[in-house]
Design a protein around this ligand. Structure first.
Ligand code: NAP
Length: 429
């Protein structure tokens, strides 16, 4: 065993996550040295703007706008990609691997699209990619799935893995704010980006679910395999009605392995107030994993932010340094994952919450019952909530039904003369 006294990092990006990573490596230098036997330093950092003031002490680091100076430097053992984006990051990660560098990345967008290709390049070059920070920020998820829960056949992963939408839904639920007000506040407090579309539409959560599901079910999963619905259409009204019925609304990421294949969904859903995920508020994230032997385990914490995400990046760096010093390779080979079938959304099952307006006249419920009955959709509850003039607002919850059958019933209901508008459709989990 030859322990390298000095390990040098080349970092791509020095924004939120890069700064947190640099700060942790600086402040915990001694304890990290004790854990690895090596002195770990960031030698060079790629940025876009060399003159931008930095939020972290950059003494001893060389800032550059030329990536080649990182890839061609034989002193640099590992490259930490925390710049984000897809195409350029993909090129740089491949180049780093081809030059024999290990790679640590926090980039879920990149991995959820091109993970398999990058793992293949890593294997060809006898290197590995570490990506704990890409899902759940500071919450350990990837490594527990790969190692601590390896004895299990994982049956389900279910969680809240987008802090922005959880913050907005919490504000709506706890303080009865309308969606637009909650979004504006989230942006002011830094919990939502100026362009929040990826978070709101469920794309960010879908990327993370793809990475989680790949590891949970040992399958080649990309974000295109994940059914996605966002929270843009969730109204305060529905959150209040859900509360009356004993539920809270959350943006859920749900992956399950069934006999027919993998079920992968990101969608806003009503979950019972007593469910452990119902108590996950604000920007916090939580993931529950169900294994056949261990049962259910829950992970909870900060899913984003400079130091929490930096914590996961530095843990990966420490793992890389240990594997360099002990000359062991990461035994998890993502390229060995098979590609399992994905169950199409039409064949998935759910319970549904439906809110609609109809003319307040006799026979409306009979029309509904017929439309649902023809598709074998049975109703759990139906409540007339509100009346304005001759229009009644009706909320109903179905029993478990196949998506396709519910869609067919809805097509019939939309055509009923008394039905004026369909205002909300949400799943009930
Ligand atoms: N923010 C979080 O809490 C969080 C949590 C988990 C995962 N992540 C992931 O971590 C990654 C980084 O996120 P972040 O929030 O730290 O981003 P960020 O604050 O926008 O920082 C990006 C950094 O990369 C540099 N950069 C971007 N494109 C570049 C290019 N083409 N060439 C050279 N430098 C470039 C920027 O340089 P300048 O500073 O000069 O502009 C900046 O320093 C993303 O993949 C993100 O999805 C973030």
């Amino acid at each position: 065993m030859v322990v390298k006294d000095e390990i040098k990092i080349g970092m791509l990006g020095l924004g939120t996550v890069g700064s947190g990573t640099a700060e942790i490596l600086r402040r915990n230098r001694d304890s990290i040295r004790e854990k690895t036997g090596s002195n770990i330093t960031i030698k060079r950092v790629l940025v876009r703007d060399l003159n931008r003031p930095r939020q972290v002490d950059i003494t001893g680091m060389e800032l550059t706008d030329d990536p080649a100076t990182i890839f061609s430097d034989p002193e640099i053992d590992l490259v930490v990609e925390v710049m984000g984006g897809i195409d350029t990051a993909r090129r740089y990660v491949k180049e780093a691997l081809r030059r024999g560098k290990f790679v640590v990345t926090a980039n879920k967008d990149l991995l959820a699209r091109h993970g398999m290709e990058l793992h293949r390049v890593a294997k060809e070059n006898d290197r590995s990619i570490y990506y704990e920070a890409s899902v759940g920020g500071g919450i350990p998820l990837v490594r527990p799935l790969k190692h601590c829960l390896a004895a299990n056949k994982i049956q389900r992963v279910m969680g809240i893995i987008n802090g922005t939408t959880n913050y907005i839904l919490t504000q709506m639920t706890m303080h009865h704010k309308e969606f637009e007000t909650a979004l504006k506040e989230a942006q002011e407090k830094g919990f939502a980006e100026q362009d929040p579309s990826s978070d709101l539409a469920g794309r960010d959560a879908a990327n993370k679910l793809a990475i989680l599901a790949a590891n949970a079910f040992r399958s080649q999963v990309t974000e295109a395999d994940v059914y996605q619905e966002g929270i843009q259409d969730v109204r305060l009204r529905d959150i209040l009605y859900a509360a009356e019925l004993g539920y809270v609304v959350k943006l859920l990421a749900l992956g399950e392995e069934k006999e027919e294949g993998l079920s992968l969904r990101v969608l806003p859903a009503l979950i019972p107030k007593t469910h452990p995920l119902a108590g996950v508020y604000d920007e916090f994230n939580a993931v529950s994993i169900l294994g056949d032997s261990v049962g259910e385990v829950m992970f909870y914490g900060r899913g984003a932010g400079s130091l929490p995400t930096g914590s996961a990046v530095v843990a990966d760096i420490i793992d890389v340094v240990r594997s360099i010093n002990h000359q062991v390779v990461n035994g998890i080979m993502e390229i060995d994952f098979k590609r399992k079938d994905i169950i199409p959304m039409a064949r998935q099952h759910s319970r549904f919450y439906l809110r609609f307006k109809a003319k307040d006249e006799p026979g409306v419920f009979a029309g509904l019952a017929t439309a649902f009955g023809q598709e074998r959709v049975s109703l759990d509850m139906i409540i007339q909530k509100h009346r304005e003039g001759d229009t009644a607002e009706i909320v109903l919850v179905t029993h478990d039904v196949q998506e396709e059958k519910f869609e067919k019933a809805m097509a019939k209901i939309k055509c009923l003369p008394a039905v004026r508008s369909i205002d909300a459709i949400l799943r009930v989990i």
